[in-house]
Structure formats: C-alpha cells, structure tokens
Design a protein around this ligand. Structure first.
Ligand SMILES: [Zn+2]
Length: 309
C-alpha cells in the first residue's frame, strides 16, 4: 500500500476544484465563487486571455471583457489560482498562443502554473489518442472514431503551425490528463504528479475526478463519499465547469458549506500538487512504464462504461 500523505495543520484530507471556463460569465459565475470564498475554499479557475477571433466553441467571457478581468484579478488577490484553458475559445496558432501567454502575464503578473486543454482546440497538448500510450491509445482512437470526436491534436507536433510544446514546458508546470469517478483522486491515480519522458513538453501531469454539471458534482460530494475521502486521507481534485451550473442553486451552497465544516485542506490545485509531489515524490513514469500502462487501460475501460471527458 502506498504511504498516506500527511496534510498540513493536522488536516484529514484535501479538496479542490479545477474549473474549466466554458460558458463562464461574470454574471453567472461570480455568485458561485462568492460561495466558495465565503466558506474559505480556495480553488483553481481557468481563463482565456483572448477573445475568439472566429466562431466560439462553447462561449464564455475572457480577460478582454473588462468587468470579467476585474473580477478575475480580485479572485487572484483573494487566494484563488488562475490558470489557462488554452488562450482562446477556438483553435489558436503558435503566434496566437504566444501572444495569449504574454497577455496573460501582463494582466495577471505571472505565467499560469497550470494549463488544461479545452475541447475542440486543435492545439491541445498531447490530446485525443496522444493522451495515452499503445495499446490504450489504439482503443481510445477507435473509441473517438466511433463517438465522432476530434482525433488529431497538434500542440506537441513540432512540424505543425499549432506547435507550442516549448512554451507549455517553459511557462506552465501542470497539465491535466485522466479524469476518474473515485472521489479520492490520489487513490484512483497513485502516480501523479508525474513526468513522462515520452511526452517531454509537459512538466507534470495530474488526474482529476469527474464533477461536470451540477448533478454530477452533487453526486460526487455526497456525504458518504466525503467521509470516505477523509477516512482514506486522500485528495479530491474536481474536474468541472462552474459556468454551466445554475447561478442561484441552494444545493451548491449547502454542499460547499458541508465540505467547509469538515477538517479538510482547501487550497488551489497547483498548491495541492506541489504538496503531493513533495510528499509522495515527483514520479518519472519512464521508470514505471508498466504502472502507467495499467492505469491508462483502467481509464480506457472506465471511458467505455461511463465517460468522464
Ligand atoms: Zn473547456
């Protein structure tokens, strides 16, 4: 059995959220962040620094919207982590990605520590079948072909005009890959944060747990699941899209209040990943290839039964 992670200040477990910014607007999303803030949770919100020049993929405000920018800066000041969801809600060339990263730094004062790929951005970093190694990647390719998803992502392909691997490596630290159903993310994936020398443009990969859409989120944070997370001393990194939640959902406030009453460590995802890395080691999966392949096959089977994104 892997050793238990010790959490700071005698906390029993850790809980955070990575919020992909799809459909997020100041009007819709701020009230949900007010709930998190008032209950002492500090989580990770992704943003797009640039407004899409063409057709949006999902829609949502960007750092080019002044009210939204002001709010995002306020969140950052009060201890939330701001992270990258690609630079815009569309496919971006290397030049646009570079300009978007510069704009992000100019507006927020630092580079994002975390990047999370967004659906449909063809500059996705090792996305589609490239998320996995053979044989799991072959299965995932067939699965995407059947489901009709995009299969070619080129952010890591050096010969592509969409290549930005060197920028991802030098200007971000963490990238999300696999998403599980188990509330205990550190148990579902015992390897993260890990570096994979066969995918050199990402410093460290991490996993998350599925809570996209308010119904899935509420199911995930049912008390029995939280109690198990605390008993097991694990960490939950929720994958969700708060921009799709109803703005005035009392169930959300009640769930966050319940979580906040527990003896948990509620810090942004990168802070949590720093701690997990220091505690159980910065895994080099080049030396633990078999474990990674087993993990990928487990995820692939889960995808077929109950997809998580
Ligand atoms: Zn997205």
């Amino acid at each position: 059995m892997p050793s238990r992670i010790e959490w700071p200040d005698g906390k029993q477990f850790a809980f955070t959220i990575t919020d992909d910014t799809d459909q997020s607007t100041l009007l819709k999303t701020k009230p949900l962040y007010d709930v998190l803030r008032n209950h002492g949770l500090r989580t990770t919100k992704t943003v797009w620094p640039l407004r899409a020049a063409g057709k949006c993929i999902t829609g949502g405000e960007t750092l080019e919207d002044s009210g939204y920018l002001e709010w995002v800066r306020d969140l950052q000041k009060s201890g939330f982590e701001i992270a990258l969801h690609g630079v815009a809600d569309e496919t971006s060339s290397r030049e646009r990605v570079s300009a978007g990263l510069d704009r992000y730094r100019e507006l927020l004062g630092n580079d994002p520590r975390m990047h999370i790929n967004h659906v449909g951005q063809k500059e996705g970093m090792y996305w589609g079948p490239a998320r996995l190694h053979a044989p799991a990647s072959w299965c995932y390719d067939a699965y995407l072909r059947y489901r009709g998803g995009i299969r070619e992502y080129e952010g890591h392909v050096e010969t592509s005009p969409l290549f930005w691997g060197d920028l991802c490596l030098s200007r971000t630290r963490y990238t999300r890959n696999l998403v599980w159903h188990d509330i205990n993310t550190t148990k579902a994936d015992p390897l993260f944060p890990y570096h994979d020398p066969s995918r050199p443009y990402v410093n460290y990969w991490f996993s998350a747990t599925y809570g996209s859409g308010i119904r899935n989120f509420l199911r995930l944070v049912e008390q029995q699941n939280l109690d198990r997370l605390a008993r097991e001393g694990g960490a939950c990194i929720v994958y969700t899209h708060l921009g799709t939640f109803p703005t005035a959902a009392p169930e959300f406030s009640q769930a966050i209040a319940r979580i906040a009453r527990m003896n948990g460590w509620f810090v942004p995802a990168s802070t949590l990943l720093d701690h997990i890395g220091r505690s159980r080691g910065w895994t080099n999966v080049g030396k633990r290839r078999r474990e990674l392949l087993a993990l990928e096959l487990k995820w692939m089977l889960q995808q077929v039964k109950s997809p998580t994104g």
